[in-house]
Design a protein around this ligand. Structure first.
Ligand code: PLP
Length: 427
């Protein structure tokens, strides 16, 4: 059977392969370099991790300095000075009241993992709510509370209930508004099979990233926060991919004027080095047992990298920059959509942009194979861009936050060229 004969198998392979023959040897700014000396523009930033791009002097300097004077190795052997400073910095930057804690780890997965354990232990409640399409991590509990197709076959948390993520491009068939439909579904669940007093926490990505870079309708997060508050359910915002300036504000949830109970961070926090965090109430994280810690959590080199990233975000105004350049890029892609019928929808905030490809604009049938061809053609033409979504049909644009307008225009032109070639059957 060829790769393309069976859509389902094809989709499963796409989810795993991700996917080019790209052996990276280095990079500078928003460009990678591969073994053959090519220097493609990077519209992924390693899935959002390389927030400052490649070879950023502030990040390189902070890492070198910390490696020369390593101040301990992990917070298990006594809090390292950089990790303590990072915790203080994150407390300052993250809204919240009362006594709070910062849990420091080395991946988005482990930050969500620690959070799942902590909320269950602290509240004594066995249930978790999350969204279909959500990706909260690739280990144990973080995977068990996710709803992504890439994790089909993984044992889910026995207390997990998934509800649809409100998608303005794919609203419910019965004509209900997408946000209202989800809230009504939740109230119905609370009245029947999911007693709210048994729910410890609700996990949400303020923009659902791996599920398709879906931006929920305005007001939805606010309504969800109110619903959680009414029922005494902790709201956990997973800002691992879209947080820390990517969406055009430091935290994406700020745009809805809410303050979640717990915030998880990762990826761009370390600019490519492994560091993550969860910020939330002391009474929740004090319940997390010592075995939530791993040997190198709080490693001073990684914590120093995170401090350098946060300083750059603030000092260089990278949230405003992401808003400005991202707006310009989304505008160029919308102009392209006017003449390229493969594009069903362009959405996003700041430098988190999704371009959904469809086989037919009326039925909105996902163009999974065309998306794979477009990614491959973009790569040939000098652009790294990957796809996300439950049908792998959304080009995900999460470049380094230092992307310039010229980079944005170059990347948009390559996408235009690639889509023309795909539509014309030239690839
Ligand atoms: N949460 C979100 C929203 C993510 O997008 C991801 C990774 O894609 C994770 C958590 C897991 O992060 P990591 O791969 O660093 O463990």
């Amino acid at each position: 059977m060829s790769l393309f004969e069976d859509d389902r198998r094809f989709n499963a392979r796409l989810q795993k392969l991700r996917f080019f023959p790209l052996a990276v040897t280095g990079g500078a700014g928003c460009r990678l370099r591969d073994e053959s000396g090519r220097e493609p523009l990077d519209f992924s930033a390693a899935w959002g991790a390389a927030s400052l791009g490649y070879g950023h002097p502030a990040l390189a300097g902070a890492v070198a300095e910390a490696a020369r004077d390593p101040a301990g190795a992990s917070i298990l052997s006594g809090a390292t000075a950089p990790a303590t400073r990072l915790a203080e910095c994150l407390l300052e930057l993250t809204p919240g009241t009362g006594e709070r804690r910062v849990w420091i780890g080395h991946s988005g997965s482990d930050a969500n993992e620690a959070t799942v354990r902590a909320v269950k232990l602290a509240t004594g409640r066995p249930r978790i709510l999350a969204f279909e399409g959500a990706y909260h991590g690739g280990i144990g509990h973080s995977m068990a509370v996710s709803g992504h197709v890439a994790q089909e076959g993984v044992d889910k948390d026995p207390g997990l209930t998934l509800v649809p993520y409100p998608d303005p491009y794919r609203p419910p068939r019965d004509g209900q508004a997408p946000g209202a439909a989800v809230l009504a579904r939740l109230e119905a669940l609370f009245a029947t099979t999911v007693p709210p007093e048994e729910v410890a926490a609700f996990f949400i990505e303020p923009i659902q990233a791996d599920g398709g870079l879906i931006v929920p309708p305005e007001g939805f997060l606010r309504d969800l926060a109110a619903l959680c508050r009414r029922h005494g359910i902790l709201l956990v915002c997973d800002e691992v991919k879209v947080g820390l300036a990517r969406s055009g504000t430091l935290h994406c949830f700020e745009q809805e004027g809410i303050a979640p109970d717990i915030v998880t961070l990762g990826k761009g926090l370390g600019g490519g080095l492994p560091v993550s965090a969860a910020v939330g109430p002391a009474e929740i994280f004090d319940a997390a047992p010592a075995y939530s810690m791993q040997t190198l959590h709080g490693n001073p080199v990684c914590a120093s990298a995170a401090l350098a990233v946060l300083a750059e975000i603030e000092g260089e105004g990278l949230a405003a920059h992401a808003r400005e350049v991202g707006g310009h890029l989304a505008g160029a892609l919308r102009t392209l959509a006017d003449r390229q019928p493969l594009i069903g929808n362009v959405r996003g905030r700041g430098l988190a942009i999704g371009v959904e490809l469809v086989a037919d604009r009326t039925t909105r049938e996902p163009a999974t194979q065309a998306t794979a061809l477009a990614m491959a053609r973009c790569f040939e033409l000098g652009l790294v861009v990957y796809c996300v979504g439950m049908h792998s049909n959304v080009l995900e644009i999460t470049p380094p936050l230092v992307l310039t307008r010229e980079d944005a225009e170059e990347g948009a032109a390559i996408i235009a060229h690639a889509l023309e070639d795909v539509a014309a059957g030239r690839v």
